[in-house]
Design a protein around this ligand. Sequence first.
Ligand code: BTN
Length: 261
Amino acid sequence: MNLSELKKNIKTSIVGRDILYFDELESTNSYLYESALENDYKDGTVLISDSQSKGKGRLKRTWISPKGANLYMSLLLRPGIKPEHASIFTFLASCALKDTFDHYGVDCEIKWPNDILVENKKIAGVLTELRYSANKVKYIIIGIGVNINMSRDFIRKSMSSIHGKVTSMECELGASVERELFSAELINNIERFYLKFLNHGNKAILSDWTKRWHSKGKKIEVRDGNKIYKGVADSVDENGFLYIRNANGDLVKVVTGDIIF
Ligand code: BTN
């Protein structure tokens, strides 16, 4: 990635003021999470790697991270909140992603808790991790992976087991996208929501997320291990829990899981 091209297009005062860049890392999230113990990174520090050898997804899944094609980015924030409220940052990142895809005319859907899909195919994901002590967050790492210029052929060959469930900007638009411009747009959007969070709190972010939430009011099924929850997607609370209204009319709380449809 061309760093000066990226920096030229970032118009922020907090997010992305400091950018760390690597050609290859195991995982941008793991690197930032560990190295922040010894480095006094500023609020809003961004780390980008051109490839990852051990990219991490949610629920211990692997995030396939080929060189030169996509965006693998982690962001360090120091928002001064309690650990149980950290999932608001997954929602914040999803809002920024949705608005960025909209800007490119790619119509994506946000699925709880962290999936960004186009016609049920994954185009981006968010992995939020936090370090805390004494019930206070020291820092939050928001990891964002976006499939930008991965070709349909590459997806078919290197993700054979899941290839029908993965897409990229290039697949959707039929043309490659300048990663620097996409990344700058995303960083600018993250800053917009982060400033909103700092000024108006997590309720404002939750409300923005709910407006963009694809499943709201729709019938869904969520799998959590062996348990399956069925019902109509109702709401999400400040702790990131999902509420489904089941056939009996009861609101059922779902702590974790994957939406099956
Ligand atoms: C998911 O949908 O399961 C979350 C995927 C998150 C992937 C990104 S890529 C950059 C950052 N570093 C990682 O190791 N993971 C996140």
